[in-house]
Design a protein around this ligand. Sequence first.
Ligand code: DOR
Ligand code: ZN
Length: 349
Amino acid sequence: MTAKNNLTIIQLDDWHVHVRDAGVLAGVVNFTARQFGRAIIMPNLAPPITSAAAARDYRARILAAVDAKYDFTPLMTCYLTDNIDQGEIETGFMGGVFTACKLYPAGATTNSDHGVTDIGKITNVLETMQRIGMPLLVHGEVTDGDIDIFDREAVFIDRIMSKITRDFPGLKIVFEHITTKQAVDFVKESSANIAATITPHHLVYNRSAIFEGGIRPHLYCLPIAKREVHRLALRAAATSGSAKFFLGTDSAPHSIDAKQSACGCAGVFNAPFALESYACVFDQENALDKLEGFASLHGPDFYGLEPNKRKIVLERADIDVPKTLDIMGTKIIPFHGGEKLNWRFAGLV
Ligand code: DOR
Ligand code: ZN
């Protein structure tokens, strides 16, 4: 069988991305806008996006920063706090400002200090969301100090996720950036309203890579990469064709200084070559025929949206990923920086 050298698929969407704000926004968001039709924008700014007015303003700043040659739609999310107003969420969703709510357990990751300290505090909010059909996007890690960092996702499933799905059986939930076989199995065994996003980086490296030859801060993200058995489970899920798994890059830029520090930030900046990275993985798994479902169809289907109208073209060709990018004067190391990838984004048709 001859290998495929060109691929034309429906334009993809990114169902989980951090584009930040102010200084770097214009530099960051255009990497997403040049390839993706829509993106779910994470609300973990400082301060976080907790009202429809703040989301509307943030959306306007994003659209102002997107180059006029791109046709890109940011889909906004509301950051859940212990005291979030369920009326605000309902009005924001019904008014077309919010697409979903994001649950960060307090202290789980970047700018999550205002996150939820106890799931019992947002019972009314989850009831409202279930009633109006608004998706809950979950950062699935417990934050208890006695739980090993590599076990935080699996323990979250046992303690929190299984409780949410049991108590709110009709709630649409996206288990974000899953990193474990346990999460893959949980999502597969759950009802159709439970889905998951998978990042390119969790498909590419395992936890050993973070320490290969020394500590590699640019591979540090949360949830942290796990053992090889988990990476293989993620690759199998992403390329399985199951509509429960779809693309969410979790691209999360931090400056070199913030990453290469005595206390470095979590996040992998993968937006510049996310599509190419996924294409390489699907190619390695002999599953290029499953890429369109994962990248362009399963996500819209879950969110009740139409797939994008345009198509993107990929071709088999070597590309050199720059070691460093200058984003509005801030130096950031992209995922795959300094490596070669063998699929190239050739444009939209
Ligand atoms: O690695 C991560 N970085 N994980 C998150 O959940 C947040 C993100 C960020 O905002 O930097
Ligand atoms: Zn994220």
